[in-house]
Ligand binder design. Structure first.
Ligand code: RDL
Ligand code: RDL
Ligand code: RDL
Length: 156
């Protein structure tokens, strides 16, 4: 059956991460139906995700951008709890991609983190939705990271 993916993004974000997610999902699952939902900011993402799932999406990826201030970080904590609650209520995956504006020294680095994180998590979403709960098991314990190079496993 044709899979339906939700992409929720924000106007607060300084990079069009929705476009990157749609491109990646389409490449990974050419048969995919994708529904995009853009909201003002991260605190609006939980209801966007829930509405996408209620309307038939099999899973959702949310794309958030967190500013540098403490107030922004509190907003992210609230949004994150909302996103996790949405997953529990709906029993469906909501992959939370978040870029923290203070993660990088300059805009170029921030952009590279965003592209890497969105791309890798879009692939994770497709795997989980299309291939099921053991789709990531071959990578368990491998120290995979999104936004950076992998940390790698601790060998014995
Ligand atoms: O519902 C309207 C807004 O309250 C909502 O869009 C918030 O997520 C907006 N917002 C903040 O109020 C804030 O203090 C955001 C941030 N910080 C932030 O860092 N990133 C956002 N929104 O996407
Ligand atoms: O839904 C996709 C991701 O948001 C989710 O997998 C997170 O749990 C990933 N993650 C972080 O975003 C983070 O800031 C993790 C950590 N830190 C962490 O320390 N350990 C994790 N995930 O397993
Ligand atoms: O150790 C360096 C990073 O892994 C660490 O700072 C993480 O917390 C960075 N990070 C986020 O801040 C986040 O919001 C990660 C994710 N999301 C994520 O989804 N995957 C990561 N890191 O590997």
């Amino acid at each position: 059956m044709r899979r339906k993916y939700g992409v929720a993004d924000t106007t607060f974000s300084r990079i069009d991460m929705g476009a990157i997610a749609i491109k990646t999902i389409t490449k990974e699952d050419p048969d995919a139906e994708i529904v995009r939902y853009t909201v003002p900011g991260i605190k609006d993402l939980p209801v966007a995700a829930k509405r996408l799932l209620d309307s038939g999406c099999d899973g959702v990826i949310t794309l958030g951008w967190v500013g540098k201030s403490m107030l922004d970080k509190y907003s992210y904590l609230a949004a994150s709890i909302g996103l996790i609650t949405t997953q529990i209520i709906t029993s469906k995956h909501v992959i939370d991609v978040t870029i923290h504006e203070d993660e990088a020294e300059d805009e170029e680095q921030l952009k590279n983190i965003a592209i890497d994180r969105v791309t890798k998590h879009s692939i994770n979403l497709v795997k989980l939705i299309r291939d099921g709960k053991n789709s990531l098991t071959p990578f368990a314990g491998k120290g995979l990271r999104q936004g950076y190079g992998n940390a790698g496993p601790i060998e014995d």
